[in-house]
Design a protein around this ligand. Sequence first.
Ligand code: E4P
Length: 239
Amino acid sequence: MKIFLDTADVDEIAVVARWGVLDGVTTNPTLFSKVGGPYDDVLRRICELTPGPVSAEVVAADADGMVDEGRHFAGLAPNIVVKIPMSEPGLEAMSRLRSDGIKTNCTLIFSANQGLLAAKAGASLLSPFVGRLDDINQDGMIVIRELVDIVTIHELETEVLAASIRNPLHMTQAALAGAHVATLPFKVLQQMVHHPLTDKGIKQFREDWDKARKALEQRPSENTETKEAVAAAPTQPGS
Ligand code: E4P
């Protein structure tokens, strides 16, 4: 399963790239509004930092405008995927960009039928929004499960990207549902790394190591040879 970061913040992207778990990035106009800066420059920088696809979202309302924006984005870097909202002009734009050999990510999907249409129009990524459905008291994960089944049963050449992921449980459920990709805010990725017992265990091991080292140093009966060995020993395990 691929993990994308849902952000336009290059610092966050650089951190997750260093962790070795970054497969791609998704952005949207709201995320860009939070970081500011020249749009194309920020996108180019994100593409340099990211080993896989980077979704850049169009804002035009008509198919011609979406295609123009999509072609422009695609010219910025080889790993750009053009993100297009589910809509009638959006379907036309995805279909035209497919003819140009430009990859698209259909966004703002809230039903399996919308996803099916986007796949037919040639979107290489389908982005159902889990959290926004949960927000209106509907189970967003149902759309992920249905769409994964449809893509699998009909062997469609596309991938389901679980979007609007708000917490680690969403991530686990999306993985179990067979989503090919999930895109996560940096905060959720950090939440996945940590567990109170892991953090407690790391602290405890460090404290016990320091205690044992100090006890050895302070033993009066210790011969000089042992004391010298302790002094030369690493200050932490493995160093
Ligand atoms: C990603 O492609 C979407 O734009 C994003 O996941 C939406 O998340 P939100 O519903 O938390 O804004």
